[in-house]
Design a protein around this ligand. Structure first.
Ligand SMILES: O=C(O)CCC(=O)C(=O)O
Ligand SMILES: [Fe+2]
Length: 190
C-alpha cells in the first residue's frame, strides 16, 4: 500500500471535486499490474481465460460523508467486476433487484421496489478486494451511503478518506465511450 498510495492520490484532485478517474485499454497505468494479477485470480473459473482480463479502471475517492448511489454496473461491462478498497473501511450496501438490471440504468429510480428488497451490508476493509460476478454483478445493486459513520454488526465505524479501484472488462464493440472521451478521463462522481 505504501508504494501504491502516491499513484492513487495522483489520480484525483478532491479539493476541486475531481473524485473520479477512468482509464481504458492500453492506458491502464503500470502501477495497477499487481492489482490486475490479484483481480484475475479472483475471477470465477469460467472467466479466467479471457484476455485481457480487464481493460477499464475506474478510481473513486471518497471524503468522509461521500457515497455512491445504489446501482448495477452498466450492461456494457462484462461479468466479473473487482473492487479494491484502500486507506479506510466503509460499508457497501447490496440490494436485490432481480432482473431489473437488464436495462442500461444507473439509478435508484430504476428499481422502485428497492426499499423492500433483500439487503446485505458488507464491510469493505482497507486493503481488501471483492469480486462481483453472476448474481452479485447482475441481480444485486451496490452502493455506499452518504454518511459520516457506518454501523456494522453493532460497531460504529467512523468514515475516513477512502480510495477504491474498480477493474472491469468492456463488452466487444463497446468502445464508443472510450472513443468519445479518449482513453482517460477525470471527473466528478455523479
Ligand atoms: O467505489 C466503490 O467502491 C464502488 C464504485 C462503483 O461501484 C462503480 O464505480 O461502479
Ligand atoms: Fe459499481
Amino acid at each position: 500500500m505504501l508504494a501504491l498510495e502516491p499513484h492513487l492520490r495522483a489520480l484525483f484532485e478532491p479539493d476541486i471535486g475531481a473524485n473520479q478517474a477512468m482509464r481504458f485499454g492500453n492506458a491502464l497505468p503500470s502501477f495497477l499490474d499487481p492489482l490486475l494479477g490479484i483481480a484475475k485470480a479472483l475471477l470465477p473459473s469460467n472467466l479466467q481465460s479471457r484476455t485481457p482480463a480487464f481493460d477499464q479502471m475506474i478510481a473513486n475517492h471518497y471524503s468522509p460523508g461521500e457515497g455512491i448511489v445504489e446501482h448495477v454496473d452498466l450492461a456494457r461491462f462484462e461479468d466479473g467486476v473487482v473492487i479494491f478498497s484502500f486507506l479506510s473501511p466503509l460499508v457497501m450496501d447490496f440490494r436485490y433487484v432481480g432482473q431489473a438490471s437488464t436495462s442500461d440504468s444507473y439509478s435508484r429510480d430504476a428499481f422502485p421496489e428497492i426499499e423492500n428488497a433483500k439487503h446485505i451490508a458488507l464491510l469493505l476493509e482497507a486493503g481488501s478486494a471483492v469480486c462481483l460476478s453472476g448474481e452479485s454483478r447482475f441481480n444485486w445493486a451496490h452502493g455506499i451511503k452518504e454518511t459520516l459513520s457506518d454501523e456494522f454488526q453493532g460497531r460504529i465505524i467512523t468514515r475516513k478518506e477512502r480510495i477504491s479501484i474498480t477493474l472491469r472488462k468492456m463488452k466487444p464493440n463497446q468502445s464508443s465511450e472510450m472513443n468519445s472521451i479518449g482513453n482517460q478521463d477525470n471527473a466528478t462522481r455523479q
